[in-house]
Every structure is written in structure tokens, then in C-alpha cells.
Design a protein around this ligand. Sequence first.
Ligand SMILES: [Zn+2]
Length: 323
Amino acid sequence: MDNKINFMSRILAEHGNLNRVEFGDALWNSVLRPSISHCCGAWLTSSKENEDLLSSIQFRAAKIIMKTKVNMSKAALLIELGWEPINDFLNRQRASYFSYINNLPNKRLCKIVFDEMHAFSAHAWDYLPALKTVFESVGLDYLYHVNDFNKEMFNAFMGQFSSTKLRKEIMSKSSLREYITFYRHKGKQPYLEDMRDFEGSRLKLLCRTNSLCLNNLLNKMSLKNSNKCSLCDCNVVEDLCHFLLLCPALERVRRPLLNDISFNTVELDFVDLPNYIKIKLLIGDCGFYINEIEGMYLDGIGRNLLKKLYHERNIILAQSNVL
Ligand SMILES: [Zn+2]
């Protein structure tokens, strides 16, 4: 599997940034995931360790697409990309294949073998209780027995099951308290669809998932001695709010962009809004709660601002290292 991940990494490196997220999606869905799930209807993941391994492969692939090595929340990254957790995907395939075999005409050889195993090895054959658990996990136990397996209904329940699980995981982390209000709907988050602005989208994803390498995070990861901002003399923690809205060292870049914000359809003065609302509008996609026009407008400004601030931050840090 390492070979396949390395292959994905090489292909994406050659591909560059244009349309990177969609191209990465295609590589995952059409190359990597099928190579993992090949014949999964007939094999089980068998242990928690194996499930974790598959899950970590998916996580690595997602991080390669987004060009990040930060150990961010797996659940948040999957939600941003609109990816189904790999083990849930495998279970969906298994349930579908199980029902297909179960519902075959009795004369078919594989059905005869299946029924024999079913009848004589029910306790010895791990496959059956494991499949039963899959059906039970989404509250559709009865589909295990019936002959009219409804694939659409099962997939809908499984989708609900996956998103509830991811949401619970996010709610359990205090570092993602804000994020819970950020993501908008099922599937890939809309800002990742902009094929020409990978860098802006990447920075936005890192900010949203509390994974941007500011001193606050680097300090928590034990990569920096101090969590204070290195750009200014304010002696305050360099967190997202300081970086995005307050740091005086970045004001030259920030001010023209923020002063220029004027809503298209509502009477609101952006500059007068509280900082937590500004963050929600600039990186939390909450402009879409006003309407689509304001949502798209603020998403564009937010990504542009992030790119300029991050670039300026790198320049100041590089200069201070030279001195
Ligand atoms: Zn500062």
C-alpha cells in the first residue's frame, strides 16, 4: 500500500496545484480505494488494528492531496473533503454483496455454497455475525434476513451513521469547538471546488480545522518554546484571531482588504462586527447563512486575505532570521 500512496504523491507532485483537490479525489476514488476494497464483500477487516491501518491510509492520502503534514483531526479532514470513512465504505460494499448472494436463485452454485455455510457453520464462520453487526450498527437488522434488500435505503442510513460518527468525534475535541459551526452540508465543502485557488483553499482548510502552523499550535506540538507572536511586540498568543485580525505587523497587508469589504445585499458594516463574527464570515463560510452572493463574496476575500497574510508572515520571519 505504501507503493500506492507514494505513487499518488508523485502523480500529484507532477500535476501541480491546478484542480488538485478534484484530481486527488479521482485518484482516491478510482485508484487507491478500489485497490483496498477489491473483493471486500468476501473478506473482513478482522481486527481493530486492521481497521485503524486502513483508516490511516485514507488519512495519509487526504493529507497528501492537501499538502500538509500537520496531525490534524481526521474526522474534520474527511468532512472537509466530503469523504466517507474507508471502513464504513467497506461495510456498505459488504452488506450489498451479502444481500446479493443471499437473494440469488437457489440453483446457483455460489448460493448453494453460501446456504450450506450459513446452515452448518453459522457459529464458526466469522463472516455472518460480522455482517449482522454491520446491519445492526445502522439500525437495519431486519435487512439481514429479508429478500428485498433496499440498497438505496441502506446507503442512506449508512451515510447518516457515518456523519453522526464524525460529528461526535469533532464534538469531543475542544480544539474544534468553532469548527462545528463552520461546515455547511454533506459532501465536499464548496470552497474546495475552486480549481484555480489551491493555496487559498489549503490555508482555509488548515485555519478551519485549527491546524495552521501559528506559534500557538507549534507550541502545543512542542515545536516552539513559546506560543507568543514572533512578528510583533504585543507579547500575546499567536492564535487565529491575532494572525487574521489583530497582529499590527500584518496590518499593512490586512487593512486595505478588510476596509474594502462592502456587502452586496445587506446593510452591514464589516469593520464594526465583533472579531468572532468576522472569523466566522471570513473562514467559517457563515456568509452563506445571509445568502449565496455574500457567502461567495466573503469566501473569496477570506482566501485572498489568508494567502497575503501568510506570505507576509513568512517574509517577516525570514527577514528576522537573517538579522
Ligand atoms: Zn503579532
